[in-house]
Ligand binder design. Structure first.
Ligand code: NAP
Length: 494
């Protein structure tokens, strides 16, 4: 059944070359150029993606512009139905899609199935929530100097064409989290999947197409971000940009795009603060889970822990013990493997090792780990770390957690607030009031008290400040972000 359903999206060679979708059909690029998608597990080429030309990008955007008004005027209940059907198709192909994710981005079976299930649930939730989004009317006499009778009828309308760019670490979920609210609010979407994760992205597009998204309303254009990205994001046909990826990429895209509305989720680099009254067993468990799940390749991973010397002396042995119990590095296809599989490529692994070795050169100490084989990086714990060292100054996308000893918790706040990143922070304390007060001083998107950073539940607001993002997501917030207010004012002063 998958073979038949997905038949049109590739040329069936070994390895297959995947077509791009310009909204009208599945096509091979006239560029004749492709990019390889290589499995992080054993390094084999899983498939090739088209590198589209500028003319093909023009065409996808033109198709999107043409189809959008009709799509926005399609009754909402029909758009909702198509989205529920997409969620059903995703559930139908759950095992097949999860196996693609395992091969393409090295997730364990549990992590891959989790991403697929969560995506289907998210789409259903979006489709339900959109039905409670409504406009409002405002009368004029609230404001001094105005009488009644100027009536603003305020609707939520689509922006037009949304470009959605997803990262490799959740190529299905973080694609759907942009495509679905954009479509439900009446936009058309040009989707650019990550290269690594692009095979999953092409499959996802097919599921939406088969669920009934009309021609032109959704396209999927492929090619490396470095090859096609600047032309795409700077295109005059783009009305809004939704992006997830690294902070440097985000800053670069924002400069290229100019004055269009943006919804960006970028790098994380999240700290955990362990206060003197913390439940250390809980903190140690959450630090290990937070730092090492999906090999630390999550924007919400814990990257560094701030605490005082006496607490560190008690906490560290518990963290190291938990690593022995909760983590086993290996092939993500093996049921023996726990939390740590390969990172996305051997070159990404090498960059992680470089940051570790530079930090060790500056005085950091490796407690465990610190080595790699191909794309497998050992779960690594560093102590004697300072905030200026590369392992903390930059987001290291791998299984690594650094411990910074502070003299006071004011110093911990200063370190967090002086970072370029500001996605989430965790605070561990038995006194929730203390946690709430501490949270108030932190310049981050969200604070977790007694838990590791996380995105879900998906209807909670999710946002980053500073170089961690622009705008707010979360089901209702994403629907609002993917639309704008349009007041029409009736002037009948009395
Ligand atoms: P990335 O290298 O920045 O790439 C992200 C996406 O941008 C990919 O689709 C990439 O395409 C594309 N891209 C690259 N250069 C571009 C350009 N000039 N114009 C347009 N698009 C361009 O990030 P990644 O390595 O895939 O993902 C990891 C990063 O994402 C981490 O920093 C992580 O923290 C962040 N992230 C953040 C969140 C959040 O919610 N805050 C969630 C998940 C991930 P190619 O793959 O083809 O290069």
């Amino acid at each position: 059944m998958p073979a038949e359903f997905f038949s049109e999206i590739s040329n069936h060679a070994t390895p297959p070359t995947y077509r791009f979708f310009d909204g009208a059909g599945w096509k091979e690029s006239t560029s004749a150029a492709t990019s390889d998608v290589t499995s992080p597990i054993q390094g084999e080429i899983l498939g090739r993606l088209q590198v589209v030309t500028h003319q093909e990008i023009d065409q996808a955007l033109a198709n999107a512009q043409k189809a959008q008004p009709q799509w926005e005027s399609t009754p909402l209940h029909q758009r909702v139905k198509i989205m529920h059907l997409s969620a059903d198709w995703i559930r139908h192909f759950r095992g097949y899609l999860a196996s693609l994710l395992i091969k393409e981005i090295g997730k364990t079976d549990l992590e891959a199935q989790g991403e697929i299930d969560r995506t289907a649930d998210l789409i259903d939730y979006f489709a339900d929530e959109v039905q409670s989004i409504r406009g409002e009317t405002l009368d004029s006499d609230n404001f001094p100097g105005f009488d009644k009778g100027r009536l603003a009828m305020i609707e939520r309308v689509a922006y037009g064409v949304v470009v959605a760019i997803a990262p490799f670490n959740y190529p299905v979920n973080l694609a759907a989290s942009k495509i679905v609210p954009a479509l439900l609010m009446g936009n058309s979407v040009v989707f650019k999947p990550p290269t690594q994760g692009g095979i999953s992205g092409v499959h996802l597009t097919r599921l939406f197409e088969k669920a009934g998204v009309p021609q032109g309303v959704l396209s999927c254009i492929t090619g490396g971000g470095g090859d096609i990205g600047d032309y795409l994001v700077g295109h005059s046909g783009v009305d809004m940009l939704a992006f997830t990826g690294g902070s440097d990429t985000g800053v670069h895209i924002a400069k290229q795009a100019g004055m269009v509305p943006m919804l960006f989720e970028c790098g994380g680099n999240n700290p955990a603060v362990v206060l003197p009254d913390a439940d250390l067993a809980l903190a140690a468990r959450e630090i290990v889970r937070g730092a090492f799940s999906y090999s630390g390749q999550r924007c919400t991973a814990i990257k560094y822990v701030l605490t005082t010397e006496s607490i560190l002396n008690q906490l560290l042995p518990q963290v190291l013990n938990n690593i022995k119990e909760m983590v086993r590095m290996g092939d993500p296809r093996s049921p023996e493997t726990k939390l740590v599989g390969p990172v996305i490529s051997p070159s990404a692994a090498e960059k992680i090792l470089q940051a570790i070795s530079e930090s060790v050169g500056l005085g950091a100490k490796i407690e465990i780990g610190g080595k790699r084989k191909d794309a497998l990086v050992e779960p690594t714990v560093l102590t004697h770390v300072k905030s200026q060292m590369p392992v903390v100054a930059h987001e290291i996308f791998g299984p690594l957690v650094s411990f910074i000893q502070v003299a006071s918790f004011d110093e911990a706040s200063e370190i967090i607030n002086s970072s370029n990143y500001g996605l989430q922070a965790s605070i561990f304390t038995r006194d929730e009031g203390t946690g709430i007060n501490f949270a108030k001083n932190l310049k981050v998107g969200s604070v977790q008290i007694n838990g590791s950073p996380q995105r879900g539940p998906d209807h909670f607001p999710f946002l980053g400040v500073k170089h961690s993002g622009v705008g707010v997501q979360g089901v209702r917030y994403s629907l609002e972000a993917m639309s704008r207010l349009k007041p029409v004012v009736l002037n009948k002063p009395q």
